[in-house]
Design a protein around this ligand. Structure first.
Ligand SMILES: Nc1ncnc2c1ncn2[C@@H]1O[C@H](COP(=O)(O)OP(=O)(O)OP(=O)(O)O)[C@@H](O)[C@H]1O
Length: 284
């Protein structure tokens, strides 16, 4: 079964058409990314899918349920981490989890809270009030709340916005662990490096989905500028962004003709910075 099926979804706020006929299918058990710039309609789409707003028209189902009509049933099956922090600031992380867990009727709640705190690396600050937490820690508490009832599907609206590189990497490890265990994740982002970590990616612009494919296939829509410097001259050419195109071009420069594809995987700036930070921690 598909986790999400959407046809012709529209949503208007006054004269702003936030969703302009969205069609989308999300298979179960994967990390599905929704990439779009500010105002593209990502939060609106997620809110419609979790039953937090009423679209103007279209058909939409999540885990086979209608998010408005079957709201109570659906809430038991999904976790939702909104973009803004929706926590009780005067309560501790554990108390927030207890509150959300009770609302969901989570069995063996205290044990489950402990597991969620460990999973999100919050145990050492579990009993401190949330108002003293950094933005990244609050995000982790929100994630723990969304995970508490072991949902089949998680909707995470820009979960790593304003989060430092270490926590971002850790969050994506968590997302991958959850997907490996069978959870479907629907994650919105405007960050390209995160988009590449998804199994499938939809690109949204002004309320419309432009393309849905694997990140690799989307990258192959691009062109690569290849600069080759030899003793006397530098040559530049545009080639297709595919491993085969690179190998083929380099054959004329003497690359072993049996090599059919070449792929480079340079570290992102984030990875480089993270490694530097880790090295300096070890040497201190
Ligand atoms: N409650 C609202 N009332 C009026 N307009 C709204 C409301 N919520 C969103 N909009 C408008 O709808 C459009 C889509 O907004 P939405 O928040 O869904 O985009 P987004 O892709 O999530 O953006 P961001 O990345 O900045 O969070 C924007 O033009 C926004 O201003």
């Amino acid at each position: 079964m598909n986790a999400v099926e959407v046809r012709g979804l529209t949503k208007r706020y006054g004269n702003v058409q936030a969703l302009q006929g969205v069609d989308l299918t999300v298979p179960e058990g994967m990390i599905f990314g929704l990439l779009g710039s500010n105002g593209a309609g990502k939060s609106t789409l997620i809110k419609a899918l979790v039953g937090a707003l009423k679209p103007n028209s279209g058909e939409w189902q999540v885990l086979g349920l209608n998010p408005l009509r079957d709201q109570a049933k659906l809430r038991a099956l999904i976790g939702y981490m909104p973009q803004g922090v929706a926590l009780y600031e005067d309560l501790s992380a554990r108390e927030n989890l207890r509150f959300f867990g009770s609302a969901h009727g989570v069995p063996a709640l205290e044990q489950r809270i402990q597991e969620a705190l460990e999973f999100t690396e919050l145990t050492s600050r579990a009993d401190h009030p949330v108002y003293g937490f950094s933005g990244g820690m609050k995000k982790r508490v929100s994630l723990a709340c969304a995970l508490l009832h072991k949902p089949r599907m998680l909707f995470l609206d820009e979960p790593t916005a304003a989060v430092d590189p270490h926590l971002k990497v850790r969050s994506w490890q968590l997302f991958r662990e959850l997907a490996n265990a069978g959870t479907t994740l629907f994650i919105s982002t405007h960050l390209m490096d995160e988009a590449l970590l998804c199994d499938r990616l939809a690109i949204q612009q002004t309320g419309k989905i432009l393309i849905v494919d694997t990140p690799q296939a989307i990258l192959e829509h691009g062109q690569t500028r290849l600069t080759i410097k030899q003793a006397e001259q530098t040559s530049e050419q545009q080639i297709a962004s595919t491993p085969n195109a690179l190998a083929e071009t380099l054959h004329s420069y003497g690359l072993n003709p049996t090599i059919q594809a070449l792929t480079l995987h340079p570290d992102s700036l984030e990875t480089i910075v993270l490694r530097m930070l880790q090295k300096s921690e070890v040497s201190q």
